[in-house]
Design a protein around this ligand. Structure first.
Ligand code: NI
Length: 260
């Protein structure tokens, strides 16, 4: 069985004590592909450095809505430069977060950055990795205002209604360890609704460790738990779902030529 973790933040401080050990352990556990998205310029640079070190690790560059303090749209020139690296597979993570971003001014600013980074993704012909927390309507409005972009709603928290819109747009969704939690009903509905060809799995490490590891530091070795839940919902074996989501990630991030 091979697994592709489409979203894990390996530059995070939580991995400082043993980053090399964790990353080196992944291929032997079947995790043969990982995408590490940055959240600001510094973490995007760190993600690039990790991608240069580990053959199975790819990265994305972008400015996350929670990390916009002091950022200017001119910073997107450096995001663009980072995206020119051969192992950069997406613009991300970008999006809207109305849980942490509260004031109307800050929210408007985050919408400007999101829109500008979707423009950049389209210009570079890269997919976008989208974070959407408590901002479904505005996120979807901005995505719809950018026809010709491709992307994924990561750590998918969409309603079944919004998932229909995302499905029609041809975008992907990606699920994390929180689908194993007791209150995951809504995510499981979306899992059931979305066609398997457009679903990826992820850890969002170091966050979102699945049951029975909830509350611990997460890493890509636990991504199989998301595959197990998806397999249950789709009535397939874990192996089938692991392979399908693996192929989806290769297609979404355009890695096919490298893995054949
Ligand atoms: Ni993330």
């Amino acid at each position: 069985m091979r697994l592709f973790d489409s979203h894990a933040h390996y530059y995070d401080d939580a991995f400082d004590p043993d980053r090399a050990e964790v990353l080196s352990s992944l291929p032997a556990h079947g995790v043969t592909g990982v995408v590490c998205p940055g959240c600001d310029l510094e973490s995007s640079r760190q993600s690039l450095a990790l991608a240069e070190q580990y053959p199975f690790l790819y990265f994305a560059a972008g400015l996350h809505p929670e990390n916009l303090e002091g950022a200017t749209l001119a910073d997107l020139e450096e995001v663009k430069a980072l995206c020119g690296h051969p192992k950069c597979v997406a613009v991300g993570e970008i999006g809207l977060d109305y849980y942490w971003v509260k004031t109307p001014e800050d929210r408007a600013n985050s919408r400007d950055f999101f829109a500008a980074q979707l423009d950049l993704a389209r210009e570079l012909d890269l997919p976008a990795i989208v974070h959407d927390r408590d901002a479904h309507k505005d996120t979807l409005d901005i995505v719809r205002a950018h026809p010709g972009t491709r992307g994924v709603f990561h750590c998918c928290a969409l309603s079944a209604e919004d998932a229909k819109v995302v499905d029609k747009l041809g975008w992907y969704v990606s699920f994390t360890g929180n689908v194993t939690f007791k209150n995951a009903r809504r995510a499981l509905e979306v899992m059931a609704y979305m066609p398997l060809e457009r679903i990826m799995i992820e850890t969002d490490a170091p966050y979102m460790a699945p049951e029975p590891f909830r509350g611990k530091r997460n890493d890509s070795n636990y991504v199989y738990r998301v595959a197990e839940t998806l397999a249950q919902i789709k009535g397939l074996s874990t192996e089938e779902v692991a392979e399908a989501t693996y192929q989806n990630a290769l297609r979404f991030f355009d890695l096919k030529p490298l893995f054949q």
